[in-house]
Design a protein around this ligand. Structure first.
Ligand code: NAD
Length: 389
């Protein structure tokens, strides 16, 4: 059996393998961070996994501060408070420890602490990132504890603008963490709902990247293998959270999804972002709900690609076979089939649906969908996901 330990330099240095969290002091030394701000979320902060990690820092006599005021789907007030903690503690770098929410917020604290312009000036639009003073961005070490977003290997952070109720992607090449410690043991405590949602997020990233138009064979190759890893390992990780091999493979799939989606994403994400911003749903679980509806909508444009993919996956039945496999996986993971299954008491009137469709169409991920997403088609997809059609 292949040993699940390796060192990757694409796209950043990933120290991968069970137990490697003990290398955190060494990683801090390698990045020159002397007094890190440890950014995590309040749920994780109460778990032994955080206490054990902080003990590693204490044993190594690393002075640190902890900031855990991070909402799932973090908001600007979390960032403001995190920056205040960073400055007050005179920190010189960030250890971002957690799921996508804590990783993104940690990255954004390191980024924004020394900038003078508002965070929204750095949205992932054109070259807006060049407005930032890149030399002042503090170094970041990322330690994922979920296996889904792949934020640990990404150059972006997602932040919800509470005034406009929109999720915004903030981008700067220098918020790519200098070192990632990807230790699958840290993910074994994830409850099944989060295992399922985050795992489906990794699948959504790989699948949308693979289906996005454009020439990027490297991303395609990574996405295809990521999809295989999800189908083969997510049900195992869901059924037995302590299955370290399944957890390790899911951790890889998550990093692969985020590496692949430099090629583009699509309508699953375009619809999931407004739903997440307006209803505070789990990002990956929301993607999982939309997946079969968007797959069917894109069918004509992606049928050949999906047939090629099924050849690699050893699935029969081409596009239909793949669609059935997605539905089966969702069922196994108890993913709700419809939006009302995800959001209790959901009651959307026409005005609200139109608002969501309009937000989806302008979402930066919409451009990657293989079929043009219009207000009409976004409304249709929304109705399908509401009715389960
Ligand atoms: P999350 O970070 O919001 O965490 C979800 C819950 O899981 C939290 O309550 C947390 O305490 C808990 N949790 C995390 N790790 C755990 C563990 N090991 N054991 C027990 N509980 C644990 O969830 P997520 O899906 O990882 O991240 C979602 C966020 O990431 C969203 O804001 C989304 O928009 C963003 N995102 C970012 C990118 C990116 O490229 N930067 C990509 C996709 C999604």
């Amino acid at each position: 059996m292949t040993k699940l330990v390796s060192k990757w330099n694409f796209p950043t240095t990933v120290r991968f393998g069970a137990g490697r969290i003990k290398e955190l002091p060494d990683a801090l030394g390698a990045t020159g961070i002397r007094k890190p701000l440890f950014v995590t979320d309040p749920g994780l902060a109460r778990l032994p996994v955080v206490a054990r990690t902080l003990k590693i820092l204490e044993d190594a006599k690393v002075p640190y501060g902890v900031f855990s005021d991070v909402k799932p789907n973090p908001v600007e007030s979390n960032l403001t408070a995190g920056i205040a903690a960073f400055r007050k503690g005179k920190h010189d770098g960030v250890v971002a420890f957690g799921g996508g929410s804590a990783l993104d917020l940690g990255k954004l604290i390191a980024f924004q602490a020394a900038q003078t312009r508002p965070i929204w000036d750095f949205e992932d639009i054109g070259d807006w990132w060049t407005r930032a003073d890149g030399d002042k961005i503090a170094p970041i070490i990322a330690v994922p504890t979920t296996a889904g977003t792949g934020s640990e290997v990404g150059r972006a952070g997602v932040l919800t603008n509470e005034e406009t109720h929109t999720k915004k992607v903030i981008f700067h090449p220098k918020i790519l963490p200098a070192i990632v410690i990807a230790d699958p043991e840290l993910t074994t405590g994830m409850p099944p709902f989060i295992t399922a949602g985050t795992g489906m997020d990794a699948l959504a990233h790989c699948l949308e990247a693979y289906c996005a138009p454009g020439y990027h064979p490297m991303a395609d190759g990574i996405a295809v293998e990521g999809i295989r890893l999800v189908f083969e390992n997510l049900p195992k990780a869901y059924a037995n959270g302590k299955d370290l091999t399944a957890r390790a493979n899911m951790m890889s799939a998550a990093a692969m999804g985020a590496t692949a989606f430099q090629k583009g994403l699509g309508a699953i994400h375009s619809l999931s972002h407004p739903i997440g911003a307006l209803y505070d749903t789990h990002h990956g679980m929301t993607n999982a709900v939309f997946m079969p509806y968007v797959l069917a909508f894109n069918r004509d444009a992606i049928e050949d690609r999906i047939a090629r993919l099924t050849g690699y996956l050893g699935m029969k039945g081409g596009f239909d076979g793949f669609s059935r496999a997605v539905l089966k996986l969702r069922k196994e993971l108890k993913v709700p089939h419809t939006l009302p299954g995800l959001i209790k008491g959901l009651d959307m009137d026409k005005k609200r649906k139109t608002l969501i469709a309009d937000m989806a169409v302008v979402d930066p991920t919409a451009g990657g969908n293989p079929v043009k997403l219009t207000r009409k088609s976004a409304l249709m997809l929304l109705d399908n996901a509401i009715e389960g059609a």
